[in-house]
Design a protein around this ligand. Sequence first.
Ligand code: GLN
Length: 537
Amino acid sequence: MAETKYIFVTGGVTSSLGKGIIAASLAKLLQARGYKTTIQKLDPYINVDPGTLNPYEHGECYVTDDGAETDLDLGHYERFLNVNTSQANNVTTGRIYQSVIEKERRGEFLGKTVQVVPHITNEIKERIQILGKSGDYDIVITEIGGTVGDIESLPYIESVRQLLWELGDNNAIVIHLTLVPYLSAAGELKTKPTQHSVKTLMESGIKADILVCRTEHELADDIRAKLASFCNVKREAVIQSIDASTIYDVPNLMLQEGLDTVALQKLALPEISEPNLTQWNQFLNRHKNPKNTVTIGLVGKYVELQDSYKSILEAFIHAGAENEVKVKVESIHSEYIDEETIASKISHLDGILVAPGFGERGIEGKIATVQYAREYGIPFLGICLGMQMAVIEYARNVLGLKDANSTEMNKNTSAPVIDIMEEQKNITHLGGTMRLGAWDCELKDDSLAFKVYRNILISERHRHRYEFNNSYKEQLKNAGLIPTGFNPETGLVEIVEIPEHPWFMGVQYHPEYKSTVANPHPLFVAFVKAALDYKTK
Ligand code: GLN
């Protein structure tokens, strides 16, 4: 195909309508029809990337193979499409300004006054077109974060307006996602907020081509007709997006509503074939008809907010479907775990996952949890900080190094079993400076890890500053905590196991980022299986 086509997704009325899921679902349908599709997210905040954000702000920070710290929507894109994303797929206002200011300092603007229009908008347009110009995609879907009318979104909306004009009819379209609220007192669905939000978009010179209407109730024909006529879109371009029991239903719901067909018509692209969703629907079928249930405790300090551990929760959905079991994840706040409460909080669990995290808060609860799982033989998976806690627990309670700790928590510990990496010691900036992205890991062939991956060389994504301290390797190994995965270049320990235990693994990397519907992560699949075995024993 000649030129890449662009679909812009904007949102109106409120935030949190699920633009990311709609974008991912549309991409899934277009991909399932044979179009090479990718998605990009533009975030209007001034942080250069979400790496410095607390999970309470925007949920989990998702990490790509190329080490970009990105918005959690990119996780949905990868899970739905089974295609890797990269730094180019997530752009923030901070990054845009940083790049324009650097160009200004280099004198690239030749004495001109640097302004939002055209310099910032040009930079945005360039970033939008990077993926399209790579020649790898037929269609690029660009999701504009925030809500139209926000001050922060204006340069993005203006850039979309310019691009629509530059690219011309049939090469770029706008999908506007809005809310159609139900007023129970009146017993009615209301279209006015949508009309206003479409109007706001028009004030910026953009006419929506397709409306996707989030609703708790079916949109009757008269409501659809009203929305079409008052918002200037074709009747078939009013798409209902009704609340679904799982996000994985949304591609099918969008297919029924014809979102992909309308989008293709507007882009003057042929329908090539019916979307092939066979594998997707097999997954859905297994997900919805589990033969058994396991309860897994997710022990972390951000558990109040579901989005903090998004990729872990989704990886359990994929692994559950693969095992034909429902994984009930019980969120347990590590700060409230102590000697007195521990048994009541975790003894009933079939598996325990100690979550990634930063800083001191709640770590003693995590260490106590590891000890419990270890001593009672409950299947255990520690991820990143969770692996580090497993090492500290073993050093303290098995080796008897009572003061063992990570230097992240106690700089002066006499037993720094987890320590900052040499190359990290002189880093002063926090943004983008951790060990990030995909690193190779070599497995020992007699390990649980090898049984799980069935491969000697694996690659997994990282996001951390501290590491297993190799000066304690022999001591820990002789005491029964066995390192079984190593970075082949640096010799850093990436995995620890306890062969005496039914199923115990700590991994320094984040397997959750690589789990997709098409490729459930083997580690999560094996962990859920171990939990099922433990339960049925
Ligand atoms: N805080 C730990 C580190 O920086 C672990 C990070 C994580 O769990 N992602 O090494």
